[in-house]
Every structure is written in structure tokens, then in C-alpha cells.
Design a protein around this ligand. Structure first.
Ligand SMILES: Cc1cc2nc3c(=O)[nH]c(=O)nc-3n(C[C@H](O)[C@H](O)[C@H](O)COP(=O)(O)O)c2cc1C
Length: 578
């Protein structure tokens, strides 16, 4: 028997119960004071936390004074306001509805600090990992939080502070760090789910996403076979819900407007309903543009007038907020995330950048495969995981963006491979090239096709042959959105080429795709026809970055809102056409 030290079943259940029922509480606090003995027990639990080298780096500052709490609440409000100012539209509205602190609603506030020097120079374990001091104080918080739950006390963690401002208010010596600010009090009830989940701000990630067997990426729960993330995503993609589509069409016909008068937007609303499986469908907000960036070996063939370094430079521009996609996203209320899937330069870590580099650029597809099949699968998986993470973070609409000097050449090759189009028809002028460069570009595409003889029934092989990493990742992003039944607004020719790959892998993924615009690139029209998608706008754009798709966002949102908000003839008492 190896379970001789185990607690009896009922006690074990209690342990798991307190873990499951611990909540971050912000609402419903009662004013009753917390008796000293209860507070003492909770602090004693915190004080039993594990700590690096048994250094016990924590201190607990117990605050009840109203004036002090008022000053502290003012500090938190200022920083919460600054955070809100940075949020895109729908996120800002959602944040406004959230309660993020209960400093004045609770009778006691507890600050948990960390002394990173405690225990002296030879504290076991802290030498190589100085952060372990902070981790230890966090574990004290966890103990406090669990013990408080068992006592019926709610705890709300507030982190909207400038750490030193708060330290000054508390008289903390300069070598002490604030780890947590906790608001503690009795509550009317504990919510079953995190408030942020109930409010739709973020979702709980399944355990199977977080458990890896032996090496990162081999996801699988103990006792189960490792999951193939891409196969899982593809298996989860189902056709649109016919009943929801029929209900949406029928409602469109009863809405107080002439039948069909919303044109393509009626079709969009019906497809949104089919995708969501409900009529009306949820509003596609908040929305997030993911700009997948990568470099291309085929650049060496002289297919673009721009140097390859521009890819990395534009990534920096996106992150600084200075590109067209940033301006359009700010106008439309969308967030911009940049994903490095293969930029041929080391990129500095910056907020908003997801480092997911498969390799520093693809190989030249006129000389060999742009990437290996394994790399193509890795890029597809990255895209699907980015989609999943953005949806888990609360987004309800995904927008494709891309950056990669020479990526219209790879797109042309992909479009030819998947649609059978003639290279002269599928190849466009990209960022603007002269006749000689254009002729060379068409020739490059022809040579690539002749070399690889792509089989459209092997989409991974086609992606591996021509690249780029951003195309493969975008295909995965589309599949990821489709699996979660979240609309994906496609930008131009790069997204279109990626969508061809996605649909070749899972035909039903087309149900999640909305063509944001028609690009000036000739290959894009071929692509849209092949996908059976009608573009929402046609402005002669040929920029990429996600710019055209972002412009279409309000149209997709309006289509959903019309279906939801517009009265019907019977409900409004308006006479229908005779
Ligand atoms: C390090 C940390 C900082 C947090 N800061 C805040 C905060 O400033 N405001 C807030 O409302 N919640 C804050 N929370 C609470 C989280 O939002 C909460 O733990 C999460 O939504 C999960 O909900 P649950 O704790 O009820 O399971 C924080 C949590 C942690 C661990």
C-alpha cells in the first residue's frame, strides 16, 4: 500500500473543495469585522507556506484605518484609469463593468511583502533563482486565500498599484517589495466561477492544454495518449448549424426593412448565426488582429524592391503603434497582437509580441522546400494556439494580419497549387514592382511549381514547399477560430492563400471565414472565388498587415447587431409589404 499517509476520503474532499471554491471576491462584502482569532488563524496558515531555503521572506501588514484605505483606493483608481485608457473599445466597455477592487468595502486589507535579502547570502536555492523569494511570498498568499475560504472570508487581490507608491504609504523599508494587496471580509456568497469568466473577460483553460508529457508540446493528461493538437483542432471543426441559419434568414425577412435590403450583410448575419449555433449570434467583440510575421528565402530571387530587414522594422512599428493597422484597429476598437513565426532577426521582447519563431525565415522555394513538413505542422499549431489563447482571453472575433517581405510571391505559389490557377493570373504586383521584376516574380512562381509539383490533396506538403511560416500559422489561426466557432475576418491575398490551406485541411473551416476586403492583388480574386467568399469592401487596398480586414470589422459587427436589435414587423407593429 502506498497510500498509508493519505487522509480519509472525506478530509481529502474538503481539501479539494476549498481549492475549487476559493474565489477572488470583489462584490457582496459584509461590513462585519473579522474577529482577531479568525484573522490570526488565517495569518498563521499563510506563515506556514513553503519558502526558498526556509527564508520566510514575507511580512503581513494589516490595514483597517479608513483614511489610509481611502488614500490607497485613490492610488488604485488612478492606475486602473490609466489601464482603461489603453484598452480598445469593447474591452474598455467590458472593463468599465468589472469591479477590480474592494479596498473600502472590506473591513481589513492585508499587504503581503517580500524581503529578498532575508536569510543572508547563502539562502538555499535563491542564488541561481532570485525570484524564488517572491515565489515564496506568493505561496503565503495562496495559503492565506485558502484558509480564508475555509473560514468563510472572501479575499480580493488588487494589483493596480505603483509598487513604490504603495510601499511609501505603508512605510515599507526600501528593500521590501509589495507582493500582494488583499481585501478581506465576510461575504454574502462565493460565486461558483471566477467573475472574469462569468463576465466573458476570459475563459478557463482546460487542464489538457497545460499538461505536457516529457517535453513541452506533447500535451496529454496522465494515463492518456499525448494529443496531436492540430488533429484535435481539425476534428473539432463542424459545419454551420443549419437550424440557427434558418432562424436567422427567417428573422431577416421579418425585420422592419424591405427583404434583402441589407444585401451581403444579411448573408454575413446568417453565417454568423450558423457559426455560433444561435440566433441571434453573439456580437463579434472584443476583436483582436493577430499579425503573423516571417521572412522568406525566395526574397533572394529579387521578387521585391524592399530589403528583407523591413519585416523586422515593421514588427517594431506595429509594436510601437505606428503602422496603418494600429490606426485602423484603434478606430475600430480592436487589439493588435504581433506573432513572430519566422522573422530573420532577433526581436526584443516587447508587450504585444508573441515570440513563436519556428526558424529565422524560410528557405528559397526555387531551390528546395521552403520548410520541412515538421516546421509546417509546428507553424500550423502555433497559429491554432494563438487563436485559442486569444479566444480564451475573451476575444469573440479574430482578424488575420501578416507581415513578411516577399510574401505575395509565396502566396501566388500557394494559390496556384491549391486552385490550379495560372501563375500569370495568380501573381500580383505586391508592394508595387516594375515590369522586369514582375516578369521575374511570375517566373519564380513557375519554377517553384515545376520543382515541387504540389499536390493540393496534401496541404501540409504544399505549405512546406512554398511557405511562408506566416501562411502556415495563419492557416492554423483560421482552423483554431473555426474549431472554437469564432468568426475570422480575412485580410487580403496572404490570408486568402492561408485560408485555401485551412479549407484544404478542414473544408468546414470556410464557415468561420469572412472576407474582409478584395485586395488589388489579382490572385486574391481567384482565391475568393475558389473559397466562395464575397468580400465586404473593395477599396483597391494592397497593404496587408490586416488593414483591410480591420476596416471590415464594424460591418461584421453591424450585421450581428442588426439581427439582434432590429425589431420585427409584428413586434414593432409595422405593416409588412402587401
Ligand atoms: C497576481 C494576481 C493579481 C491579481 N490582481 C487583481 C486585481 O488587480 N484586480 C482584481 O479584480 N483581481 C485580481 N486578481 C484576481 C484574479 O482576477 C482572479 O484570481 C482570477 O480571475 C481567477 O478567479 P478566482 O481567483 O476566483 O479563481 C489577481 C490575481 C492574482 C493571482
Amino acid at each position: 500500500m502506498n497510500d498509508q499517509n493519505r487522509y480519509p476520503a472525506e478530509q481529502r474532499e474538503t481539501v479539494y473543495r476549498v481549492i475549487a471554491e476559493r474565489r477572488d471576491v470583489r462584490r457582496g462584502f459584509r461590513p462585519d469585522p473579522v474577529p482577531a482569532d479568525v484573522l490570526g488563524r488565517v495569518l498563521a496558515a499563510a506563515h506556514q507556506a513553503p519558502s526558498v531555503g526556509f527564508s520566510q521572506p514575507w511580512d503581513f501588514i494589516v490595514i483597517t484605518d479608513r483614511d489610509r484605505r481611502e488614500r490607497i483606493a485613490a492610488l488604485a483608481r488612478r492606475h486602473a484609469g490609466e489601464f482603461a485608457d489603453e484598452l480598445p473599445g469593447a474591452r474598455a466597455r467590458a472593463f468599465d463593468r468589472l469591479k477590480i477592487e474592494s479596498i473600502l468595502d472590506t473591513p481589513v486589507n492585508i499587504v503581503v511583502s517580500c524581503d529578498r535579502t532575508r536569510g543572508g547570502r547563502h539562502t538555499l536555492g535563491r542564488r541561481t533563482q532570485p525570484k524564488t523569494a517572491d515565489f515564496s511570498s506568493v505561496l503565503a498568499v495562496a495559503n492565506l486565500w485558502l484558509a480564508a475560504r475555509a473560514e468563510g472570508l472572501g479575499v480580493g487581490w488588487v494589483s493596480f498599484f505603483d509598487e513604490r507608491e504603495l510601499a511609501a504609504e505603508l512605510g515599507l523599508p526600501p528593500h521590501l517589495e509589495v507582493i500582494a494587496y488583499l481585501c478581506v471580509g465576510y461575504v454574502t456568497e462565493f460565486a461558483p466561477e471566477p467573475e472574469l469568466a462569468t463576465a466573458g473577460w476570459a475563459r478557463r483553460r482546460p487542464l489538457s492544454w497545460a499538461v505536457h508529457a516529457e517535453q513541452y508540446g506533447r500535451r496529454g493528461l496522465p494515463g492518456e495518449e499525448p494529443v496531436d493538437p492540430l488533429a484535435d483542432v481539425i476534428a473539432a471543426i463542424a459545419p454551420p448549424d443549419a437550424a440557427a441559419m434558418a432562424a436567422a434568414s427567417e428573422r431577416q425577412d421579418r425585420m422592419t426593412k424591405p427583404r434583402g435590403s441589407l444585401g451581403l450583410l444579411e448573408d454575413v448575419s446568417v453565417r454568423l448565426a450558423g457559426l455560433a449555433g444561435s440566433c441571434p449570434p453573439p456580437l463579434p467583440e472584443p476583436a483582436c488582429v493577430a499579425v503573423f510575421a516571417a521572412d522568406h528565402g525566395v526574397h533572394a530571387q529579387g521578387v521585391s524592391p524592399w530589403p528583407q530587414e523591413v519585416t523586422a522594422q515593421m514588427v517594431a512599428n506595429f509594436l510601437a503603434g505606428g503602422a496603418v493597422v494600429n490606426a485602423f484597429a484603434a478606430q475600430a476598437g480592436a487589439e493588435v497582437t504581433v506573432v513572430d513565426v519566422g522573422v530573420a532577426a532577433e526581436l526584443e521582447p516587447l508587450p504585444g509580441l508573441l515570440p513563436r519563431k519556428i526558424a529565422p525565415g524560410t528557405a528559397d522555394f526555387t531551390e528546395g522546400a521552403a520548410m520541412t513538413r515538421e516546421q509546417a505542422v509546428a507553424a500550423l499549431t502555433v497559429g491554432a494556439e494563438v487563436a485559442r489563447d486569444l479566444v480564451a482571453a475573451g476575444n469573440r472575433c479574430l482578424i488575420t494580419g501578416d507581415m513578411g517581405i516577399a510574401n505575395t510571391t509565396a502566396s501566388a505559389a500557394l494559390i496556384c497549387a491549391f486552385t490550379g490557377a495560372d501563375p500569370a493570373e495568380a501573381t500580383g504586383r505586391g508592394t508595387g514592382i516594375d515590369a522586369a521584376t514582375y516578369a521575374r516574380k511570375v517566373d519564380v512562381v513557375c519554377r517553384g511549381l515545376a520543382r515541387h509539383r504540389p499536390d493540393p490533396a496534401d496541404p501540409v506538403g504544399v505549405l512546406a514547399a512554398f511557405g511562408g511560416f506566416e501562411h502556415a500559422a495563419l492557416a492554423g489561426f483560421i482552423l483554431g477560430g473555426a474549431a472554437l466557432r469564432v468568426p475570422v475576418i480575412l485580410d487580403g491575398v496572404i490570408a486568402g492563400a492561408a485560408a485555401l490551406a485551412a479549407v484544404a485541411l478542414a473544408p468546414a473551416a470556410a464557415g468561420a471565414c469572412f472576407a474582409g476586403h478584395r485586395s488589388a492583388e489579382s490572385g486574391h480574386t481567384v482565391t475568393l472565388n475558389h473559397l466562395g467568399l464575397r468580400p465586404l469592401i473593395d477599396l483597391g487596398l494592397r497593404l496587408g498587415e490586416g488593414s483591410g480586414a480591420v476596416l471590415a470589422l464594424p460591418l461584421v459587427q453591424s450585421a450581428a447587431r442588426a439581427l439582434r436589435d432590429v425589431a420585427t414587423f409584428d413586434s414593432a407593429g409595422v405593416a409588412d409589404k402587401l
